[in-house]
Design a protein around this ligand. Structure first.
Ligand SMILES: NC(=O)C1=CN([C@@H]2O[C@H](COP(=O)(O)OP(=O)(O)OC[C@H]3O[C@@H](n4cnc5c(N)ncnc54)[C@H](O)[C@@H]3O)[C@@H](O)[C@H]2O)C=CC1
Ligand SMILES: O=C(O)C(=O)Cc1ccc(O)cc1
Length: 365
């Protein structure tokens, strides 16, 4: 029987992570890749993530069951015409781009709509490149699929199966809804994070006191300002109409803050923060969060040296893998608590039992 074959165009953070996840869960699949960065390609071949690499779109892409386009958004469409000659009728062509309207239109123009299902993993990082890619990056994350009107249900189901097999969570929607929703929950926050950093850069004191003294809040909210400028240039240009409308709506909320502060209206300022706090608290950090399906808990630390290590080793002894662990401080937990995330719901349930048995106070939000 023919082995499942998957082609990758662009093997950076996302392409590399998808390829590594497929390799982890399907060691027998044949993976081929093209990237303009030859170092990434040779590393991927050396690590046996790819079976073969190429420095152009060529016969290596023949007979693929899936082809993933994972270059920066506007570069993905550049390869459609070349790829078309290698794509057979059952090949699922997909992308990983953060914006969908451009690629859906190009796909229509090139005549590949019976092969195309847009794809967008709702996970990532401010880092880029194959060297930062990880097999587990996509695990438990939503993975949005935007099928064309012309694609068969059988093809959608095949794509969903692949995504589920690498432990991500497929979520189907039309590409227009995708671009509005990601505009509000991902593109706007990236623009806001960048603008906060630029505010500090341009308005700090001569001896850089803001930069030196910036607390956790500034760092939390601006982590994503370290993301790839080329990626965000493409996203802003491709989702221009949505982002402009969203920025207008956002700026009107900023104006409300400015107006109430100017008027010295304590009650109204309070109401803005209160309404925001209530809504933020209704978004679970775990489970049904907008970006990641994560299983986690908060736990009060005992006041002793090596407190985190004690908890980590109690869980390790029971073979529970920790996805993420760290102390957080916020208004809700003013003294700081330990936030622990797990890969699986069963691990969360077992960890809760173990920690409560050890007399830790455990919270879920
Ligand atoms: N970074 C993130 O957190 C997320 C990114 N995405 C989307 O995934 C796509 C890839 O992003 P990343 O992997 O983060 O970027 P990246 O910069 O890590 O990787 C992009 C890869 O494409 C290659 N590349 C660039 N131009 C190319 C060209 N003309 N031809 C062939 N290869 C080319 C680069 O050498 C690099 O290996 C983008 O469309 C982005 O919108 C989606 C979800 C999350
Ligand atoms: O690092 C983060 O928190 C992100 O928000 C990453 C990210 C960037 C772009 C996407 O299209 C999806 C996710």
């Amino acid at each position: 029987m023919k082995k499942t074959k998957i082609g990758f165009v662009g093997l950076g953070l996302i392409g590399g992570s998808i390829a590594k996840a497929v390799r982890l869960h399907h060691p027998d699949y044949e993976l081929v890749g093209f990237d303009k960065n030859e170092e990434s390609l040779s590393l991927a071949v050396k690590e046996k993530v790819l079976n073969a690499s190429t420095n152009q779109i060529d016969h290596n892409f023949m007979d693929c069951d899936f082809i993933f386009l994972c270059a920066p958004v506007s570069f993905n469409s550049a390869y459609l015409t070349q790829l078309k000659s290698y794509i057979n009728k059952d090949c699922i062509l997909t992308d990983a781009g953060s914006v969908k309207n451009g690629i859906h239109k190009e796909i229509e123009e090139v005549g590949l709509s019976s092969n195309f299902i847009g794809g967008h993993p709702m996970t990532g990082s401010e880092k880029s490149g194959y060297k930062n890619s990880k097999a587990l990056l996509l695990e438990n994350s939503y993975y949005i699929l935007t099928p064309t009107q012309n694609i068969s249900k059988v093809m959608i189901d095949r794509y969903k199966e692949l995504i589920e097999s690498i432990k991500a969570l497929p979520f189907v929607m039309d590409y227009q809804t995708h671009d509005f929703v990601t505009g509000g929950m991902s593109h706007l926050p990236h623009v806001v994070a960048a603008s906060l950093v630029l505010y500090m850069k341009e308005h700090d004191t001569d001896n850089h006191l803001m930069k030196q003294l910036a607390a956790g809040g500034f760092k939390d909210i601006t982590r994503i300002a370290s993301s790839s400028p080329i990626m965000w240039e493409h996203i802003c240009l491709e989702n221009k109409d949505n982002i402009i409308q969203i920025l207008d709506d956002y700026m009107s909320i900023l104006k409300d803050f400015k107006q109430e502060i100017k008027r010295g209206e304590g009650e109204k300022i309070h109401a803005l923060f209160d309404s925001s706090r209530n809504f933020r608290n209704s978004i679970s950090d775990f489970g049904s969060g907008a970006l990641k399906k994560v299983y986690g808990l908060y736990c009060d630390l005992k006041d002793e040296t090596g407190g985190i290590a004690t908890i980590a080793s109690a869980l390790a002894k029971e073979n529970i893998s920790i996805r993420n662990i760290g102390i957080i401080h916020n208004r809700e937990f003013e003294d700081g608590v330990l936030k622990i995330e797990f890969y699986k719901s069963e691990d969360l349930q077992r960890a809760k039992g173990i920690l409560r048995r050890e007399k830790y106070i455990v919270y879920e939000r």
